[in-house]
Design a protein around this ligand. Structure first.
Ligand SMILES: [Zn+2]
Ligand SMILES: [Zn+2]
Ligand SMILES: [Zn+2]
Ligand SMILES: [Zn+2]
Length: 190
């Protein structure tokens, strides 16, 4: 009885793999060598939203409320957007070698890894006055004496919303760009 079941399993597996091979051979090889994949968003840790605590520059001095009163909730996460918790990126692993000669620049990958973000897809916020996501503005006052006492104002950076990081503008967060020599095909140009 057991042997029969096993034999049935084997024939089923053989039929399935034959079907899979048949399906693959009828498809033309993709024009773009690399494939897209999903990675967990490192900024919100895959949650799709995040809570930020402003840094303490003494701006809370004398206030009664607890510190959490000023926490900033970002929903959805501004880096992965739409509360997904993941980002679409180019798969940086090399695809199966083709029988055609490879591109001299990228090999088989069809990709050039982004140098601006070191193939991470995310860069530090480019705003010069952004300090890890926050804009710290010194208090405006009429006399010198009071300015030394007044704490600064701390607001989330309008560019990165307080995260301190943004999607890389060079590769649009994809970690790499299509190879310019082969237009992403990974094949030697003829
Ligand atoms: Zn995110
Ligand atoms: Zn910023
Ligand atoms: Zn980049
Ligand atoms: Zn190439």
């Amino acid at each position: 009885m057991k042997k029969t079941t096993f034999a049935m399993f084997l024939s089923l597996a053989a039929a399935l793999s034959a079907a899979a091979e048949g399906g693959a051979s009828t498809n033309d090889p993709p024009k773009i060598a690399a494939e897209k994949t999903r990675v967990r968003c490192a900024v919100c840790n895959g949650k799709g939203r995040l809570k930020l605590r402003p840094p303490d520059f003494g701006q809370y001095g004398g206030r009664i409320e607890s510190r959490s009163h000023w926490d900033v909730t970002l929903d959805p996460c501004p880096v992965c957007g739409r509360g997904r918790g993941w980002r679409v990126v180019w798969d940086l692993t090399q695809p199966e070698p083709s029988t055609e000669p490879p591109c001299m620049t990228c090999g088989w990958s069809g990709l050039a890894q982004c140098r601006k973000c070191l193939a991470s897809g995310i860069i530090k916020c480019p705003r010069s006055d952004c300090k890890d996501g926050w804009i710290v503005t010194k208090a405006q006052s009429t006399s010198r004496r009071s300015s030394s006492r007044k704490p600064p104002t701390v607001t989330p950076c309008p560019e990165c919303k307080g995260v301190g990081k943004v999607e890389c503008p060079q590769c649009k967060g994809m970690r790499a760009e299509l190879c310019r020599r082969c237009f992403g095909t990974g094949r030697k140009r003829r």
